[in-house]
Design a protein around this ligand. Structure first.
Ligand code: FVH
Length: 296
């Protein structure tokens, strides 16, 4: 039955290496869209359910890569890509690497693939597995590297999640991915601190949650103001709450943490940067000056 799908489907054939949580979600999205799919996973048992759903299961990574031009990799990390593809013939292939990596790793992997005769497109997935194949979930993947690969396989790449091309530099997908993830962890840190403050009080986490969500959503609009200030170089335009006021106000946050018996280890580094910027005479600015203090 799987073989019949490969022969008759008009859709692009996809080879997928890696059937972890994300790889399996990708596989199901391509199968649901009618794409002929060949899969390989180091632990073969993880491929069995997909065989019954229409995928062709390759016995070796070389067999999987040989099955078609478009080869999508969704393994654990960059090292596992190197290990899995060592000695495999890649000439003439279009390698799409969805592994989360650093910009430097992506650039090195692009050169590595091109030296083997493959075209290379890097991807950074902005989604968790349940969002894959669900258009309303808003999942997307940043892509960078070969524009030709992106254009030629745009339809197939757009099946599991939206596809956003961010440049010919193979490192740019990873750069965008990690920038967004880093902002997310900053938010998680603030949320952890907020819940720690009310822990042990008669404030249920479930009651604080919608307040936190709505407040963070309202504050998220500040990213556009930050961007505009960085682009103009004028950090005093559009300031709503200036740095001098915010540095003065930090004492209340620090004392509250002390009163509540909560460590300030997540907040203190950010406040130190604000103080540093204020000491440079930037009290009328927004918090944007912290950006360039972070750069070494
Ligand atoms: N899951 C998530 O929430 C995130 C969302 C954003 C993107 N990430 C990245 O996606 C890559 C794959 O993630 P995953 O969730 O599929 O990861 P696992 O479920 O842990 O599966 C890992 C697969 O990698 C295989 N593998 C590991 N090491 C090797 C190796 N040396 N050689 C060959 N294959 C290897 C592993 O195989 P096995 O353990 O089943 O044999 C799995 O197929 C990742 O970059 C995330 O950062 C996911």
């Amino acid at each position: 039955m799987a073989q019949k799908t490969v022969e008759t489907s008009p859709e692009t054939h996809v080879t997928l290496l890696g059937l972890g949580a994300m790889g399996t979600a990708l596989a199901r999205a391509w199968l649901a869209a009618g794409h002929p799919l060949t899969v390989w996973n180091r632990t073969a048992a993880r491929a069995e359910p997909l065989a019954t759903e229409g995928a062709v299961v390759a016995a070796t990574v070389g067999e999987a890569v040989a099955a078609g031009r478009l080869v999508v990799v969704c393994l654990l990390d960059d090292d596992s890509v190197e290990q899995a593809l060592e000695g495999v013939e890649l000439a003439g292939k279009d390698l799409v690497d969805l592994v989360t990596s650093t910009p430097g790793q992506a650039r090195t992997r692009a050169a590595w693939a091109e030296a083997r005769g493959a075209r290379y497109l890097d991807g950074g997935i902005m989604a968790v597995p349940p969002m894959i194949g669900v258009p309303a979930a808003g999942a997307y993947v940043f892509y960078s590297g070969s524009a030709a690969v992106f254009e030629e396989h745009r339809e197939a790449l757009g099946v599991p999640a939206g596809a956003r091309y961010v440049g010919a530099d193979a490192g740019y997908a990873a750069l965008h991915d990690v920038a967004l993830l880093s902002a997310m962890y900053g938010m998680f840190a603030g949320v952890a601190h907020a819940f720690a403050l009310v822990r042990g009080e008669a404030v249920a986490p479930g009651d604080l949650a919608p307040l936190l969500r709505d407040w963070l959503t309202a504050m998220a609009g500040s990213v556009e103001r930050t961007a505009a200030q960085l682009e103009s170089g004028d950090l005093t335009t559009g300031v709503v709450s200036n740095l001098a006021m915010q540095v003065a106000g930090r004492g209340t946050l620090l004392r509250t943490a002390e009163e509540q018996g909560v460590s300030v280890e997540l907040l203190a580094p950010y406040f130190r940067l604000m103080e540093h910027r204020l000491a440079l005479g930037s009290g009328a600015e927004d918090l944007t000056g912290v950006v360039d203090l972070l750069r070494r």
